[in-house]
Design a protein around this ligand. Structure first.
Ligand SMILES: Cc1cc2nc3c(=O)[nH]c(=O)nc-3n(C[C@H](O)[C@H](O)[C@H](O)COP(=O)(O)OP(=O)(O)OC[C@H]3O[C@@H](n4cnc5c(N)ncnc54)[C@H](O)[C@@H]3O)c2cc1C
Length: 511
């Protein structure tokens, strides 16, 4: 057995969550090793939908421009989701509205190409290494470190030791199983046939439709057009359904043609998959953390499986970095599970509810879904409530520094545009930020406090009501009320740590 030198963080699993965490740790200068059991990027069908928060996290990774060709972002007013009857009659549509966090709320992407960009992104950092073909077999948490055993692509066993380990090794997580952490929740009784098609005639065409769902009790179906001529199809396999797990590609394409106009598509990958709705009883044991599917498994009905995993990565990365760099006490890491687990439980509830709409099981259920959508379409307030679902999925992390119920402490910072080509986060660094409105931070608080912030590498942003920051100032005016009365301290993951309402603060003592 070979004894390898120690890294500050070892990540098990190079899926989207492990790679995002590795890129963020790389930016923070943390010595990181990623171990991935598969020698190549896996080819199974995985996530296709992507929310605005995920895009913002990849913006922070500094990789969005490389990712753009593989992402189709919705435009204002685009139809992003349509529920249909079994015969295809539209029941209810949701449209794209607003970009509070800088991006459209509903987007689609090519999973495997994005994984490649995330992998290549690691090459920017001499202190981050990805070892493919390395399967982790077990880990033993100790008082001051974690020991793990891995087998490399030549079958050699290695023992590694690290101060912190992140188990991002997916739904069948070896790390979770090793630590005897159970998943709490349920497994759906029915399976889906997931099919990706490619139609060369659609390569150059812009995406005209969003997600479409046929609420058909015989064979609930979802179709998601993807960039570059690709398309995802998901068919629920039921007794009496026109498709079964062993259906031929020709049978699948025939059903696709019945749902939509005939095209020149061919099947490029397929999978029979049974979804789970479960969450690990805990996300942490000592120096080992679980993130992504290792910590929670979600059905895709709310499009939040990967998105919640990326939030885990964004939440954990800066905390690990700050503790390892000696900038924060290790207690900061306790907040990871406290913040992330309750949100995941909420997302699972949402996904289950949306699944009920998509998967009517009896005639009466199918009829009820039709009535509900018919009803929602007639009342603008209900329609609006369903369309702004994007706002409701954003987590709010309870904050001790929240001064009152109107405070934005614990909320994700909005991300308005700065001038024509920039977004607010482009002005914020990797560390904490202090945002003020029409006044410099030094005018609003004491010199010693500003000095401390400076030493900690805080970014200072003063948004003025005119010039390039005018639009952003206006957005904060709407978000905060009279924004001139606020000073925001923002965490590295862009959640507001403190919302100081200045009219309730004593004037700065700069004497
Ligand atoms: C059919 C399908 C459709 C989906 N659609 C959506 C969607 O539209 N939107 C959405 O947000 N989510 C969706 N999801 C969920 C989404 O794909 C997952 O949540 C996401 O891939 C999880 O990322 P991850 O990095 O946590 O885990 P994974 O993607 O599972 O990656 C884990 C990695 O760990 C590696 N690994 C495992 N064990 C070991 C070991 N012992 N040693 C070393 N490496 C190991 C694996 O090889 C893998 O590369 C879908 C999932 C499926 C299956």
């Amino acid at each position: 057995m070979q004894q390898d030198e120690s890294d500050q963080v070892i990540i098990v699993g190079a899926g989207p969550v492990g790679l995002t965490l590795a890129n963020l740790l790389g930016l923070h200068g943390v010595q990181t090793l990623v171990l991935e059991k598969d020698p190549l990027t896996p080819d199974a069908p995985r996530a296709v939908s992507l929310d605005d928060e995920s895009l913002r996290i990849w913006q922070q990774c500094g990789l969005l421009s490389e990712m753009r060709p593989f992402i189709a972002e919705g435009d204002e007013g685009d139809v992003v989701f349509t529920y249909r009857t079994r015969s295809g009659k539209p029941l209810f549509s949701m449209t794209q509205h607003g970009r509070p966090y800088g991006y459209a709320r509903g987007n689609v992407f090519l999973f495997h190409r994005i994984l490649d960009v995330l992998r290549t992104g690691l090459e920017r950092f001499p202190h981050v290494e990805l070892r493919s073909g390395w399967a982790v077999q077990g880990c033993v948490p100790k008082q001051e470190s974690v020991c793990l055993i891995a087998v490399d692509d030549r079958g050699r066993r290695h023992q590694l030791e690290t101060p912190y380990l992140a188990g991002c090794d997916g739904g069948r997580s070896t790390i979770r199983n090793q630590l005897d952490i159970t998943l709490q929740g349920s497994v759906y009784s029915e399976s889906w046939l997931i099919v990706d098609t490619f139609d060369p005639g659609l390569v150059e065409q812009p995406l005209m439709e969003g997600v479409e769902v046929w609420c058909d009790k015989r064979c609930p179906t979802a179709s998601i057009p993807l960039p570059g001529g690709y398309q995802r199809w998901e068919f629920l396999l039921r007794k009496g359904s026109p498709l079964q797990d062993n259906s031929s590609d020709e049978q699948i394409l025939r059903l696709i043609e019945q749902r939509k106009a005939p095209g020149g598509a061919r099947v490029i990958r397929r999978l029979v998959h049974t979804y789970k709705a479960s969450v690990a009883e805990r996300y942490r044991q000592g120096r080992v953390f679980l993130a992504g599917d290792a910590a929670h498994l979600s059905p895709p009905f709310a499009g939040q499986g990967m998105a919640t995993g990326l939030r885990d990565a964004a939440n954990l990365a800066w905390k690990l970095a700050h503790v390892l760099h000696g900038e924060a006490a290790s207690e900061l890491l306790d907040s990871y599970e406290l913040e992330r687990r309750p949100h995941q439980v909420r997302m699972l509830r949402l996904a289950r509810r949306m699944g009920l709409m998509m998967m009517p099981s009896m005639q009466i259920h199918e009829r009820l879904v039709e009535l509900l959508f018919g009803f929602a379409g007639r009342f603008s307030w209900l329609r609006h409530a369903m369309e702004i679902r994007g706002v409701n999925i954003t987590p709010v992390y309870p904050s001790e520094r929240s001064s009152d119920h109107k405070s934005k402490a614990g909320h994700l910072l909005i991300q308005p545009k700065i001038g024509k080509d920039q977004l607010l986060d482009d002005l914020l660094g990797l560390n904490y930020s202090v945002i003020t409105f029409d006044r410099a931070a030094s005018e609003l608080t004491s010199n010693p406090e500003v000095d401390v912030w400076r030493r900690q590498g805080t970014s200072f942003v003063n948004l003025r009501p005119d010039g390039v920051t005018g639009e952003a100032f206006q957005a904060f005016q709407e978000w905060l009320g009279d924004c001139r009365q606020h000073l925001l301290i923002v965490r590295p993951d862009r959640f507001v740590l403190e919302d100081r309402s200045l009219n309730r603060f004593s004037p700065p003592d700069n004497a």
